[in-house]
Design a protein around this ligand. Sequence first.
Ligand code: C2E
Ligand code: MG
Ligand code: MG
Ligand code: MG
Length: 279
Amino acid sequence: RAKSEGRNVYRFFEPGMDAMVRARRALETDLEAALRRREFELDFQPIMNIASGEIVGAEALMRWHSPARGLVPPDDFIPVAEEIGLIVPLGEWALRKACTVAAGWPHGLRIAVNVSAVQIKSGTFARSVISALAFSGVPANRLELEITETVLMDESDTVLKTLRQLRDLGVRIALDDFGIGYSSLGYLRRFPVDKIKIDRSFIRDIDNRDTAAIVRTVIGLGAQLGTTVTAEGVETEAQLEFLRKEGCVEAQGYLIGIPSKAADIARLLESRAGIRQSG
Ligand code: C2E
Ligand code: MG
Ligand code: MG
Ligand code: MG
């Protein structure tokens, strides 16, 4: 079988490949135009401190409202945007937009922004973060950058240098989707992060004894390292109860709040923010 000769060979002879190539080109073309046409938007999902029940910030999540395709989920377009390099200007837009929105939130609330490895490798990333902070007036310690271990897998020192530079400014670094990668523990040694986000696949399966043991251990690991642990994808009271009992610091998920428009999240944050508004 062609399949056993390697992925490229297999794909090359697959019937319907023409159609696949054409569909992919069309997606790339639409994506390239989408930034210019302002088809992207950010939703914001609240993050809660479990012990106090207070909302401590929100994560910006990108949405593509394509006139032709409808609402395209980020998992379908971010990887393509990374491959064609569009993620650099797109990520820069997201950073600036997220900071601008967060500038209107009650003081002390954090804004979390997802960042792709391609952006950090570009070499211009630190500059665009500094510029987004200056433009919006958001203090560095209110910005949290969510990276995945693919960022830390990069061997070049551009990445570590950039992360260190940002951290020295006070920007916080969170390790997203923790636990599903290849060697998450190794990356924790290579770069000390401020936050670990336990991937939602673990929370979904928390009824399983072994999964519960893993989650408990990651929570303990965070405590030992002095790193905030956030559980992603919390959907039920039972999950939240487990996390509370185990001393997990933060929770994020549909139970606490779904990703919402900037105006709706601002209202929620004002009613549930732990930190009193000043002035
Ligand atoms: P992520 O950063 O791990 O974001 C969390 C994802 O889980 C979001 O999916 C969110 O809507 C979803 N989620 C939150 N709570 C729950 C829950 O209780 N149950 C379930 N089933 N899902 C929940 P979304 O918005 O589709 O984003 C998917 C991924 O796309 C993100 O995963 C992130 O890796 C990437 N992404 C999103 N926005 C950006 C961006 O601006 N830049 C980059 N580079 N990546 C982004
Ligand atoms: Mg994230
Ligand atoms: Mg995640
Ligand atoms: Mg993810």
